[in-house]
Design a protein around this ligand. Structure first.
Ligand code: P1T
Length: 388
């Protein structure tokens, strides 16, 4: 990374780094696009003497390109690319030992809750949930064995905003690593490491990849020893994506900034539309001045994101009917890609959180606002409401 001039955030803008960092022209052909390096193994000139690669699980040139690019975008010294967001989370949490305690924000992706509560807890990891909008509430939840405070902001699916600097301070008053899942904001809108986070997690399946065609995950961090430990664990576990996956994610990053600008702009128009409808009882979007986290969002985010959640009058039944009534918004899990998606978190992405402190309201609908023609998006929602 040392000789990669384009990784330098002081010297180059975000969009330039997205297109150039970690992606030198191919030295053999001059190709301007990073090759997909399919080799599983790499020749050694003598035993243990090689050009930096031995075996593709341990390291792969296409993965290296992605890692250097996304690390640069997050302002991180190190980045590791994984086979999924969950693989990234699992590998990071395997740095813990039985008896360690995790504090999870009380609004988070259902899969993160499931990993901690149903996979790690039976192996001796303690956990509890806290309201991370309130640093004092976190302070009372901190224990001597708390090793991780895990936050999303904006959260999935309620779009709650966490004041990163305030929560980092409480986490660091104890012995905890502060992990921020930056999937919803992306590094274009928010860079948590600069606000006190120790590690940033991504499901690159979402905005980073951006086209609903590749599953991936990422950890960005500055600590050398932790990065070395994660590389060890990643290799030991095998939690990697394929070179083609890495290539697709890298390709997605090149257009992240322009896509995010459009996602944010269209989301704002969708919010305004939803506020005009009687069928909507609450719109949750960090850009709204009356959103409780608006001030923190305005401070720590460049714009307010492409995700919009709202509650439907008429309860679960009406929400479920609305979710199947759109045409341009496709009923599907996932988010952050060019096409617009609609889902019912209570029955879909967050079903595993039912009956827990992370349970979501059953009249909640989540929209991932895509980059299609805005009149088509607004017309689609209007027609769906009219059909209710
Ligand atoms: O799906 P995967 O790439 O393994 O990433 C998991 C994950 C982690 N963090 C956040 C904030 C996420 O939203 C996700 C995945 N979320 C969905 C599939 C969803 O529809 O919400």
């Amino acid at each position: 990374m040392a000789d990669d001039v384009f990784a330098d955030a002081e010297a180059w803008g975000f969009e330039t780094r997205a297109i150039r960092a970690g992606q030198p022209h191919d030295p053999t052909s001059g190709a301007v696009v990073t090759p997909i390096s399919l080799a599983t193994t790499f020749v050694q000139e003598d035993v243990g003497v090689h050009r930096g690669y031995e075996y593709s699980r341990t390291g792969n040139p296409t993965r290296t390109a992605l890692q250097e690019c996304l690390a640069s975008l997050e302002g991180a010294a190190h980045g590791l690319a994984f086979g999924s967001g969950m693989a990234a989370e699992d590998t990071l949490l395997r740095t813990l030992a039985p008896g360690d305690h995790i504090i999870l924000g009380n609004d988070a992706y259902g899969g993160t809750f499931r990993l901690i509560s149903a996979v790690l807890a039976p192996m001796g990891i303690e956990w509890s949930a806290a309201d991370l909008t309130d640093p004092a509430a976190l302070a009372t939840e901190m224990r001597p064995n708390t090793k991780v405070v895990w936050a999303e902001t904006p959260t999935n699916p309620l779009l709650t905003v966490i004041d990163l600097e305030a929560i980092a301070e409480v986490a660091h008053s104890g012995d905890a690593m502060f992990v921020v899942d930056n999937t919803f904001a992306t590094p274009y809108l928010q860079q948590p490491l600069s606000l006190g986070a120790d590690a940033v997690i991504h499901s690159t399946t979402k905005y980073c990849g951006g086209h609903s065609d590749v599953v991936g995950g990422f950890v960005a961090l500055n600590d050398d020893a932790l990065a070395e430990r994660l590389a060890y664990l990643q290799n030991a576990i095998g939690a990697i994506g394929s070179p083609f996956d890495n290539y697709l994610t890298l390709r997605g990053l090149k257009t992240l900034a322009v896509r995010m600008d459009r996602h944010c702009e269209s989301a704002e128009a969708v919010v305004e539309f939803l506020q005009s409808r009687n069928e909507v009882i609450e719109v949750r979007y960090p850009g709204l001045p009356d959103h409780p986290g608006h001030e923190a969002a305005a401070r720590q985010m460049k714009k307010f994101g492409g995700m919009v959640s709202f509650r439907v009058a008429g309860g679960k039944d009406a929400a479920m009917r609305l979710a199947v009534s759109t045409q341009v918004f496709s009923l599907a899990e996932s988010l952050g890609a060019v096409e617009s998606l609609i889902e019912h978190p209570g029955a879909m992405t967050h079903a595993s959180a039912a009956g827990s402190p992370l349970e979501v309201p059953d009249d909640l609908i989540r929209l991932s606002v895509g980059i299609e023609s805005l009149p088509d998006l607004l017309g689609d929602l209007a027609a769906a409401f009219d059909r209710l």
